[in-house]
Design a protein around this ligand. Structure first.
Ligand SMILES: NC(=O)c1ccc[n+]([C@@H]2O[C@H](COP(=O)([O-])OP(=O)(O)OC[C@H]3O[C@@H](n4cnc5c(N)ncnc54)[C@H](OP(=O)(O)O)[C@@H]3O)[C@@H](O)[C@H]2O)c1
Length: 244
């Protein structure tokens, strides 16, 4: 099969190439998915750039991508929840990357049936960003109705899902974005949108129960100026060390 592979650290244009590799074998609790769509996340380019070299070195060549949607081609003998031909989507395990390939292996526990109203492209855009937003706002923050949440980068992959999820949970949502994305971020359900090119979010005062920070650095430090005392700052921005 054809798979996009990382052949060395560096920029995306220099470091990636399509290679012919064997179709992967599956374990009893795994499925083989015939890929229809896959998506890139910031994590993928950060890995190619070498940001995570210090904690997890790549053995080249390595596949790229964690999100996939597709059709079940083969199931392991202990798989109970899926059948061949099912339309599924998945955020695959770190040990199984990548998804920019004709076939992808994923563990049964990491796969869900695709909602009927989504296209393959739409479904492939959801897993990693969706899980990030869900785990942050539901599992960690336990965001509840009437809480006041500030979401940075409301137009991003994580932010667009986080806004909709926070509204679904009944929270009052303020989101930041730049002028060109203000209208889109409003349509996602934000109660208030701050165009960060014109307004500083710190002028909001200490009114937020939760700040969801995907931007890091000075945003993380400044978050304490808008959080109510002893309330929750969620930081998912990550970079360890850009390396050469
Ligand atoms: N995607 C994931 O599943 C995932 C998982 C874990 C962690 N993360 C981390 O979370 C971060 C965001 O990921 P993402 O997938 O949402 O990225 P993304 O889709 O590339 O979106 C980034 C957004 O940041 C906005 N932005 C840039 N500067 C801003 C500022 N000063 N204030 C407010 N918004 C600003 C941009 O919107 P404007 O054009 O409006 O400025 C853009 O839409 C990354 O560091 C990533 O590594 C992502």
């Amino acid at each position: 099969m054809i798979s996009l592979m990382i052949k060395k650290y560096g920029d995306l244009e220099q470091s990636l190439e399509f290679q012919e590799i064997p179709v992967p074998a599956i374990q009893p609790d795994q499925l083989l998915i015939r890929t229809q769509a896959s998506s890139f996340n910031p994590l993928d380019y950060k890995i190619v750039r070498g940001d995570f070299k210090a904690v997890r070195k790549i053995q080249f060549p390595q596949g790229i991508g964690r999100d996939v949607s597709g059709i079940v081609e083969k199931i392991g003998e202990s798989v109970k929840g899926f059948r061949v031909g099912d339309k599924v989507f998945s955020r695959i395990d770190e040990n199984l990357v990548g998804t920019m390939a004709e076939y992808v292996v994923s563990n049964e526990k990491d796969i869900a049936l695709m909602p009927f109203n989504l296209s393959f492209n739409e479904a492939a855009s959801i897993p990693l960003a969706g899980l990030t937003a869900y785990q942050s706002l539901v599992d960690v923050a336990q965001l509840s109705s009437q809480e006041n949440v500030l979401i940075y980068a409301g137009s991003g992959g994580v932010g667009t899902i986080a806004i909709q999820l926070a509204k679904h949970l009944g929270a009052y949502v303020t989101a930041t974005t730049s002028a060109k994305n203000v209208a889109m971020v409003k349509t996602l359900g934000s109660d208030k949108v701050i165009d960060y090119t014109k307004e500083n979010f710190m002028e909001q005062g200490r009114q937020f129960d939760v700040v969801f920070d995907t931007l890091g650095i000075e945003h993380t430090l400044n978050s304490f100026k808008v959080l109510k005392p002893l309330y929750l700052l969620l930081v998912i921005w990550m970079i360890l060390q850009p390396n050469n």
